[in-house]
Ligand binder design. Sequence first.
Ligand SMILES: C[S@@+](CC[C@H](N)C(=O)[O-])C[C@H]1O[C@@H](n2cnc3c(N)ncnc32)[C@H](O)[C@@H]1O
Length: 276
Amino acid sequence: MATAFARAAHLFVDDTPPVFEDRVAYDLLPAFQRRYIRRLGDLAPSWLRRYRTRLDAFTAMRAHLVVRARYAEDVLAAGDDFTRYIVLGAGFDTFAQRQIEPGIEVVEIDHPATQREKRKLLQRRGFREPEALSFLSIDFQTTSLEEIWLPSSESDCISWLGVTYYLQSEALIGTLTTLAKCVSSGTELVLDYWQMPPPLDRNAPLLLGTRVTVALQQEPMHSFFTPIEIETLAVGCGWRVRENLSPAEQNKRYLSSRRDGLLVPSFAHLLRLVKE
Ligand SMILES: C[S@@+](CC[C@H](N)C(=O)[O-])C[C@H]1O[C@@H](n2cnc3c(N)ncnc32)[C@H](O)[C@@H]1O
């Protein structure tokens, strides 16, 4: 819900053009959050600028959430051969609702509790489940993906956003290894990982605050990596690294021409892997 809130708020609070245009996220939010976002959008530009600067933690997080979503869908759009878009840990991702019919086959894989909540919510808000969308549920901590995976002889595009840091490293390694075994060659996997910042880093309090918040919601974060560590791990699990994008590289690619001050926080990295 928090990521949907950020994607929706981006369209009201930040400058145009949006980095990522998710016009469905807003519809998934509770009424009080929609009202809050609308009121923000009605503020005079000078107040909006102040809002962005004063709430710099939310601004940095919003930048991260829209850039990672944009990156995954850029990878999907760049590959002509993909026959499925597999969204691991889909949460309130809305690609299936946004894509133009008939579009690509979408498979959302998530924890059963999240998936139940999302499907109920979509139904309540009047969204029909697209024919091209199917759901599989899993708890990555206790179940191997192999048990639920639907094999394909074609290459898939897989996104795995906002999940790696919630897993113990054994679950992460297990999932990456299983995926590498299950998918066909040419399959690409996009994920984000977080690197523990030094204590005096400007974004260290943001990461600490986020960790405390999610831990209080019974979803503690467990895994943090340096770029070298994650590359070694991914290669050991059977993947080739195609791109390992630092926050600075993400800012350069997606945010450099903007004047609204959006900047990806210094701990948020993106990784693009290929199965050869
Ligand atoms: C922060 S949300 C990310 C949602 C979405 N990918 C996005 O970028 O907006 C984290 C997602 O990871 C899923 N998740 C966390 N731990 C999990 C586990 N052990 N097994 C399956 N899914 C898990 C949650 O259900 C949730 O959908």
